[in-house]
Design a protein around this ligand. Sequence first.
Ligand code: NAP
Length: 303
Amino acid sequence: MSNILDGRKLAQEIELILQQTIESGLEFAKRPPGLAVLRVGSDPASGVYVNYKEKACERIGVRSFAKHLKEDISQEELVEIIQSLNQEKNVDGILLQLPLPAHLDEASLLSSIDPDKDADGLHPLNLGRLIKGEKGPRSCTPAGVMALLSQNNVEIEGKRAVVVGRSILVGKPMALMLEAANATVTIAHSRTKDLPSLTREADLLVVAAGKPHLIGKNHVRENSVVIDVGIHRLPPDQEKLAESKKTKLCGDVKTFEIEDKVAAYSPVPGGVGPMTVTMLLANTVDRWQKHCGITLTISHLLP
Ligand code: NAP
């Protein structure tokens, strides 16, 4: 039987630490941590994610400054909102929920966030810090994967890691974080030839391709560790699977094919998803401690 890397349980444990951290720092800080999640337009998946994030803030005592902005907001209007949040003393973290409507320039909007309040670590300065191995806010999803691995004592140093996907949001920062933890890392993408032979070389395989059930038993090595970042609604022809698994969601990995072959894997749902939200909270609490001059106590939770 493989070991299931339970992101839901770990996320709850970390949330408890964050909640206690806030409670014990409140008297000195005189205000709770503040997080502004900006959602633009009506993408339904973004709506679900933002909702999770707001509920998580409420659970642990982070004040939410979330804004739901109209689909046709102009670039200038959005920059103005970000700049006012940059100035707002009660806001420690800002996250621009992606994807954005096509008329908006994602790169320049991310650059307009104060790097010190960059709760998703996607400002160019913070990506540069990641490349240089300097401290700074890290992108939440790969940071969540690193926490899931380290808290489950999965050895990374000296291991052969393959990351499928090279997005700025997940694949690239993931590869850099694994490399910083002394894995030997290869990145695969949509033009990679013979993906199964490459992924079979991995002791540690992280899949963030955004393609439902891309990875099956022929892609994995026995006793490897597989992390599934993808999240999708199950295709309609797989409803039977949905009934047996009691979920309508699936990832990029055919868990039912690999679960008896690998040493450990993260499930969907309940793996990387909850960890992403928790690392957003952790980044915000870390920023709050910094902004309020409190000793940093949760850095060990962040990669
Ligand atoms: P993305 O921007 O669409 O990037 C997908 C990457 O996968 C690209 O680099 C693409 O290659 C590569 N790819 C696509 N098809 C491939 C194939 N057949 N073989 C190998 N590589 C392939 O997606 P993303 O934002 O990184 O997200 C990836 C997945 O993670 C999505 O399902 C998303 O919903 C999920 N996600 C989950 C969380 C969470 O909290 N659980 C958070 C963020 C994202 P090219 O560069 O060549 O196009």
